[in-house]
Design a protein around this ligand. Structure first.
Ligand code: FAD
Length: 600
């Protein structure tokens, strides 16, 4: 069975030495993030993930969720107890608003915990993860009455929440939504329709589930401009807070699916269920986007989590499993064969995984900090900058993070050879669980279009210009450092490819939008490479300074410098090839009529 240990040393390195959280202690919320609290989240949070959740990952996968004849759903054995412990420790409320009972800690700390939870047990992590997104939307858009009624009990974990967008005929294109919301005399709406693929839509972890549902009111335009957002509780809540009648929402089925078996993916039928409008009528997509943006970053972290867990188990195997000899002669002559880890091709996969996971962790946590700074930085200018950067990089963290996370899980399975394909090893679960993050929360191709079609041109390119400048600054600062000059030059070159690709879109996408669509995916990957390159430059710089200062933990910092070098040598060259793909345009891609794709 696979094992998992939270990467505490690396999280500590990023929070304390790269992001240097203590710099922000004068900002609201950061004062609570004392070194002791940061340490407690890393240590105790890591322990909870490793000791409580990881042992339930394989058993939860094997057992799955069960739907009963009355529509109720039970989660796998151990999940209820684990959730009770999770609640008791307050892990769900780390960065939720203090005014409603949350701990109000910076999001960056919440992101640390999200990685640990997802890596240990993605199915489990999704239950509170979705609820946190629902809390964000309600907090931002709902009336004071709705907030007072729902937020304290959602934040305490007494109730969980869901997001209901998808319907059988519409996933990406939400304008097609058919669920109706008819106003009632008491101020509520009657919600009728069918939602599918609703994660955590029904379960036994909490007595009530607060669904956030997209629906159209009778006179609204039948397009994305006519969508409103509603709170629809599974159990109605009386004015005194006591449980009322069961609402008219039921789970019609749960899906049998490739992975995340322990998270119930539900068909939810709304039969005139009572719902309450969140925010303004027809402004539902904007309200839901608050939830979706948070969720997209969380999904990027899921990609990282699966990659990290798979990597840890591949390292153990590569060090123990003996096959063949090192190319340069026996490494362990006293044994009949050498361990796999002496093979350069096995090293290729391990180093790819190491360079990706550590770089991605730094990027995700830096992203968490930008979320905090976008609300809490001292000046308007800093808040704007952070908001621009996290807006630009959200599709990259989601799309690049989950594409590479899945690729990493597959490579780690490869290291286990045939044993990795056998269920008993647990390696194939990482691949199965790691596949869905590329699809939900906006498929990765849709993320790429969000980046190129919306985020690049916004405010005349202000965000991407700020990103270019940030990367250039990091490269310039590292050029005179012998340890980092090569990496700096390579990242600068990759940034140059990104600039050239941006310019190419400016010149070629207006005349033919297919040129943007044809290259967007590659563009998202170049930006992922450059963003990780920037993180590796920062990590390399800190590692170099630590080694020069001659302190403890020499091996940790030396390893960082070597991995930084590897990243430069093996990741950045792809930027050039990806740019050339973009510049090939869309002509050949779009030339064939649809019927020419038929093979028979
Ligand atoms: C396990 C699981 C859990 C889920 N959880 C939830 C949930 O909690 N709540 C919820 O509301 N939904 C949920 N979903 C639904 C998920 O978000 C959708 O499946 C996803 O958004 C894609 O929609 P679709 O499946 O209808 O695919 P379609 O929209 O039909 O798209 C199919 C494919 O076409 C491509 N594509 C489509 N449109 C475009 C475009 N404009 N540009 C470029 N490419 C495009 C993409 O590659 C996409 O993968 C879940 C799905 C699964 C499988």
């Amino acid at each position: 069975m696979p094992t998992y240990k939270a990467p505490a040393r690396d999280a500590r390195f990023i929070l304390n030495e790269i992001l240097r959280l203590e710099r922000y202690r004068d900002l609201p919320g950061f004062a609570n993030a004392t070194p002791d609290i940061v340490e407690a989240v890393i240590e105790e949070g890591g322990k909870f993930a490793a000791e409580v959740l990881a042992p339930l990952n394989a058993s939860g996968d094997a057992q799955g969720c069960t739907r009963h004849a009355d529509g109720s759903v039970t989660t796998p054995e151990g999940f209820r107890q684990a959730y009770a412990l999770f609640r008791e420790a307050g892990w769900g409320a780390l960065s939720l608003p203090e005014e409603f009972g949350g701990q109000g800690l910076p999001h960056v700390l919440g992101f640390v915990m999200e990685e640990f939870l997802s890596a240990a047990n993605q199915s489990f992590a999704m239950y509170p993860g979705l609820a946190n997104g629902a809390v964000a939307s309600i907090h931002a858009k709902a009336s004071p009455e709705l907030k007072a009624k729902y937020l304290p009990r959602m934040i305490s974990g007494e109730w969980l929440g869901t997001m209901n967008l998808t319907e059988p005929h519409c996933g990406t294109d939400l304008g097609l939504i058919r669920t109706r919301a008819v106003p009632q005399a008491d101020g509520s709406h009657a919600i009728t329709g069918t939602k599918i693929f609703i994660s955590a839509g029904e379960h036994d972890l909490t007595d009530n589930i607060i669904h956030l549902v997209l629906a159209k009111t009778p006179d609204a335009p039948d397009s994305s401009k006519g969508i409103s957002l509603f709170i629809v509780p599974k159990v109605l809540v009386n004015d005194d807070g006591s449980p009322g009648d069961r609402n008219a929402v039921s789970c019609g089925a749960i899906e049998h699916k490739m992975g995340i078996h322990a998270n119930a993916t539900c068909v939810l039928n709304y039969d005139g269920a009572k719902g309450w409008l969140v925010g303004e009528e027809t402004k539902g997509l904007a309200a839901m986007f608050i939830m979706m943006n948070a969720a997209r970053l969380g999904v990027g972290i899921q990609g990282l989590g699966q990659a990290e867990a798979a990597y840890q188990n591949a390292v153990l195997y590569a060090r123990e499993r003996r096959q063949g000899r090192a190319l340069t002669g026996p490494a362990d002559p006293q044994e009949k064969a050498d361990p796999l880890i002496v093979q350069p091709d096995v090293r290729r996969m391990l180093m790819d995984a190491k360079a990706f996971t550590e770089g991605m962790r730094a990027l995700a946590l830096w992203g968490g900090l930008q979320v905090d700074l976008s609300h809490k930085a001292a000046s308007e200018e800093e808040r704007q900058m952070a908001d621009d950067l996290i807006g630009l990089l959200t599709p990259v963290i989601k799309g690049y993070g989950t594409d590479k996370g899945f690729e990493t899980a597959v490579n780690m399975q490869q290291i286990w050879g045939g044993h990795g394909y056998i269920a008993e090893s647990g390696m194939e679960q990482f691949v199965r669980d790691g596949r869905i993050p590329m699809i939900y929360e906006g498929a990765n191709g849709v993320q790429a279009m969000d980046l190129v079609g919306r985020k690049l041109p916004a405010n005349m390119g202000r965000a991407v210009q700020a990103f270019f400048a940030l990367v250039d600054g990091e490269c310039a600062a590292a050029k005179d450092n012998a340890q980092l000059a090569d990496l700096a030059q390579r990242v600068e070159k990759a940034n140059g490819e990104l600039k050239a690709a941006t310019m190419w879109f400016m010149q070629n996408a207006m005349a033919n939008p297919n040129n943007a669509g044809a290259g967007a995916y590659h563009y998202m990957h170049i930006m992922g490479i450059v963003a990780l390159g920037m993180m590796w430059l920062r990590m390399g710089k800190v590692a170099d300074e630590a080694l020069k200062a001659g302190g403890e933990d020499k091996a940790f910092y030396e390893t960082k410098l070597i991995t930084a070098r590897y990243f430069g040598e093996r990741f950045t060259p792809d930027a050039g090839a990806l740019r050339r793909k973009i510049e090939a345009g869309s002509e050949a891609m779009m030339a064939l009529p649809a019927e020419s794709f038929a093979t028979a």
